[in-house]
Every structure is written in structure tokens, then in C-alpha cells.
Design a protein around this ligand. Structure first.
Ligand SMILES: Cc1cc2nc3c(=O)[nH]c(=O)nc-3n(C[C@H](O)[C@H](O)[C@H](O)COP(=O)(O)OP(=O)(O)OC[C@H]3O[C@@H](n4cnc5c(N)ncnc54)[C@H](O)[C@@H]3O)c2cc1C
Length: 382
């Protein structure tokens, strides 16, 4: 028998963006929200592979993103919302401002990065290997010919899995219906809005929020094949998590040539990164490469057992900006996607924009500047 659900808003995808949107909608007083995910919450979202760097300081980004005021606002607002969240659940969210150290084995590469940062107006200093080990003794001096230290406490991180599980708990406590193990396979328009269909379940809803991550374009294509050409591509990334090592406490987030290394408050260390073949399998060579590079950078990880490994697909959009928009001529169908490297960073701000679009309250205030849209390969929407 097919189960039927009626919702005011149906959100496809219980990743950070879908859940943050549900939370923000509840804050705006919207009720009867259903979030569906094809997998159990927290098991298949892109952030499973993400180390979870969040919210670089918007002042440091000002130079780089001066053409995109909406994006700067989004960083700023997301950061405010993280701070709010941290106040709310202190012991469950790891967010401490820190700095980012970019280490490199290739001097040439580092100078190219430095050139880019200099042109983009970032604050940074170049460090010798000796200065690197002085700053962070856990890093091997042999691992780099030099490094670049960005800004002043411009980074911070959360454990994305913890974040998603916390957001899911919050949604459930706010009476959001979170449905797991339901893959949306068909979407049609109805008089009231849309009908979403899966095996054994239909959802009739006024609004759809498409927060399906790397599958955003595919989901749009279920509504109309012409939308499937939208320029959002899936890009795969792997991760390795190491168990805590006694006396190892990193004071800094590290980027090396292969990935991004962060330590959570539990003591676990995660490296995530790489862009590989888009197969739906773990690729051992990529895991091995992450393992090797993490251990070369931080020799103490040699003795650390690996807790888990895996991969996720992130949604790449040209220019890397997120898309938060209605589909043209279908004002009740909203896309929240294309957050290649910043879906954790910006999920709370994006969720808020979604809520403002649905409730029609100042959607541009924190939004992505409309002028950016032609840059995003969205011509199929015209
Ligand atoms: C290796 C790696 C490193 C990263 N590092 C960072 C980082 O340091 N900082 C940062 O901010 N971001 C990082 N990211 C990006 C970040 O993980 C993503 O941008 C973020 O997870 C996007 O969130 P989302 O909710 O839009 O999509 P997702 O997290 O992909 O969630 C989408 C959800 O939709 C569900 N879904 C898809 N299709 C359907 C369907 N048909 N029916 C029902 N459900 C469906 C999926 O199961 C999934 O749970 C990284 C990503 C990777 C892979």
C-alpha cells in the first residue's frame, strides 16, 4: 500500500543544507515540513567526506569576493548562525576559530598560491620549514619546503557528521517529519503544487526544496528533462579518520597538497580531499594517497589506527558559488545546491535564504546577488 503524506514544504535531501533549511523554516513559523532522504540521515551526505572547515573571515574574503556582495553576506551570516548554534549546543558543536596553514612540498606551487592570495587581497605570511615546526610541532619539517599561514584566526571547523545529526535531532524536536530510506524518483506538478513519488510513498506539497547535493540537477530533471542540463556536476572526494593519539593536539587547520586535515574536539583527526573518478565505490588508491600524505605531514599519525574511510560527492558549480533560487516560472520549486567546498561552511546561511524565499520575507537580504546567476551556467533556466 502506498503511504500518502501532505506537506506544506517537502525538502529532498537531509544533508546539511536540507536540514538547515528545515530548521530555518521552523524558525519562520512554517509548519508541516517533510524532509526525505534516500539514506539514513548522516550516512551518505557529501559532508561525510568533509573535514568541515567553516566560515573563513569575511573581511579576509572581501578583496577576493568583492564582485559578489551576496556571497560575502552569506559567509558573514553563516558565521553568525554558527555562533548562535554554538551558544545553543556548546558541547556538541566543535567550532573554535583557528588559522589555516597551507604546507607544500613544491616550492613552485606555493609561490603560485601566494601570488593568487596576494592578488586576491588575502592576509598571509610565508613560513620556512623551521617556522612551521615552531608554530605546530606535530608537523614534520621534512614534509614541506615552505608554508603559507593565512590571516588571523580565519578558520574554524565542525565535525560535519555531528552537525548533521544535531540538526536532524533539532528538526525532529521541532516536529519536522524526517523520512529516511526514501528515494524520490518522480516529480509532477499538481493544482496545489507538486507530487513527489517513491516506491510506497507519495508526498503532495505546496513547496519543494531541492537540496539533493550532487544530485540537484538530476532531481530538477525529474520535474522537466530540460533542467537536467543544469551546470552542477558531481565531484567525488575521499576521507580518512584517525583515532586520537596521546598528546597530539593540533593548534591549527592544515592544508597540504592532497587534502585538508583537521582535529575534532574528540581528538580524532580527519583528512578529506581529492577529486577522483566518479564511480560509486571507495577507491583504495585515493584512500592510500590521503593516508600517506597525512602521515608524511604529521608523523605521529603513523601509530594512529584508522577509524573509518569513505567518500562523498560534492556539487561543483562554475565559480564555486552556491545556488539558492527559485526555478524560473516555477516559483514554488527552490534549488539549494552547488556548494562544492562550502556546504558545511554556508549551510546555515543557505537554509535561512531558503526560508526567506518560501516565506517571501526579504529573500535578497542575505542572498546570492541575482547578477551572479548568468555566471552559474543557469541558462537552461531562462
Ligand atoms: C572530500 C570533501 C571535502 C569537503 N570539505 C568541505 C569543507 O571542509 N568545508 C565545507 O564547507 N564543505 C566541504 N565539502 C562540501 C560539503 O560536504 C558539501 O558542500 C555539503 O555536504 C553539501 O550539503 P548539501 O546538503 O547541499 O548536500 P549533501 O550533503 O550531498 O546532501 C544531499 C542529500 O540528498 C540525498 N539525496 C540525493 N538524491 C536523493 C533522492 N533522489 N531522494 C532522496 N534523497 C536524495 C542524499 O542522500 C544526501 O543525503 C567537502 C566535500 C567533500 C566530498
Amino acid at each position: 500500500m502506498t503511504k500518502e503524506i501532505r506537506a506544506n514544504v517537502a525538502i529532498i535531501g537531509a544533508g546539511p543544507v536540507g536540514l538547515a533549511a528545515a530548521r530555518a523554516l521552523r524558525k519562520e513559523g512554517v509548519d508541516n515540513i517533510t524532509v526525505v532522504d534516500s539514506s539514513p540521515v548522516g550516512t551518505r551526505f557529501a559532508g561525510i567526506a568533509a573535514p568541515g572547515n567553516i566560515a573563513p573571515d569575511f573581511d579576509d574574503l572581501r578583496g577576493r569576493l568583492s564582485g559578489y556582495p551576496g556571497y560575502i553576506n552569506l559567509y558573514r551570516r553563516s558565521r553568525e548562525l554558527y555562533e548562535e548554534l554554538q551558544e545553543q549546543v556548546k558541547e556538541r558543536i566543535d567550532f573554535a576559530p583557528t588559522r589555516i596553514l597551507q604546507v607544500s612540498q613544491e616550492g613552485k606551487e606555493l609561490s603560485a598560491i601566494a601570488d593568487h592570495y596576494a592578488k586576491s587581497g588575502f592576509n598571509f605570511e610565508m613560513l620556512t620549514p623551521e617556522q612551521v615546526t615552531k608554530l605546530e610541532p606535530a608537523i614534520s619539517a621534512n614534509c614541506c619546503v615552505g608554508a603559507l599561514l593565512l590571516g588571523k584566526e580565519i578558520s574554524g571547523h565542525v565535525d560535519p557528521v555531528k552537525l548533521v545529526s544535531w540538526l536532524a535531532d533539532d528538526c525532529r524536536s521541532q516536529n519536522v517529519n524526517v523520512v529516511e530510506g526514501v528515494k524520490i524518483e518522480k516529480i509532477s506538478e499538481t493544482k496545489e503544487g507538486f507530487r513527489l513519488e517513491s516506491v510506497g510513498l507519495t508526498i503532495d506539497t505546496e513547496y519543494v526544496v531541492n537540496a539533493a547535493g550532487a544530485s540537484v540537477a538530476k532531481i530538477c530533471g525529474l520535474l522537466d528533462p530540460k533542467y537536467a542540463n543544469m551546470a552542477i556536476w558531481p565531484v567525488k572526494g575521499h576521507f580518512v579518520t584517525f583515532a586520537p593519539v596521546q598528546n597530539l593536539r593540533l593548534g591549527i587547520d592544515i592544508l597540504n597538497d592532497i587534502g585538508s586535515i583537521v582535529q575534532y574536539s574528540s581528538g580524532e583527526i580527519k583528512i578529506g580531499g581529492g577529486s577522483d573518478e566518479n564511480t560509486y565505490e571507495v577507491e583504495q588508491w585515493s584512500i592510500d594517497r590521503l593516508l600517506r600524505s597525512a602521515r608524511e605531514t604529521i608523523p605521529a599519525l603513523e601509530s594512529a589506527p584508522v577509524v573509518n574511510t569513505g567518500f562523498g560527492f560534492r556539487a561543483l558549480v562554475r565559480n564555486h558559488e552556491p545556488i539558492v533560487e527559485r526555478i524560473k516560472n516555477k516559483s514554488n520549486f527552490i534549488i539549494a545546491g552547488g556548494l562544492h567546498r562550502t556546504g558545511i561552511t554556508n549551510c546555515l546561511g543557505v537554509g535561512e535564504i531558503v526560508a526567506k524565499i518560501v516565506t517571501d520575507t526579504g529573500e535578497r537580504k542575505f542572498g546570492i546577488d541575482e547578477r551572479n546567476i548568468p555566471n552559474l551556467g543557469m541558462s537552461t533556466f531562462g
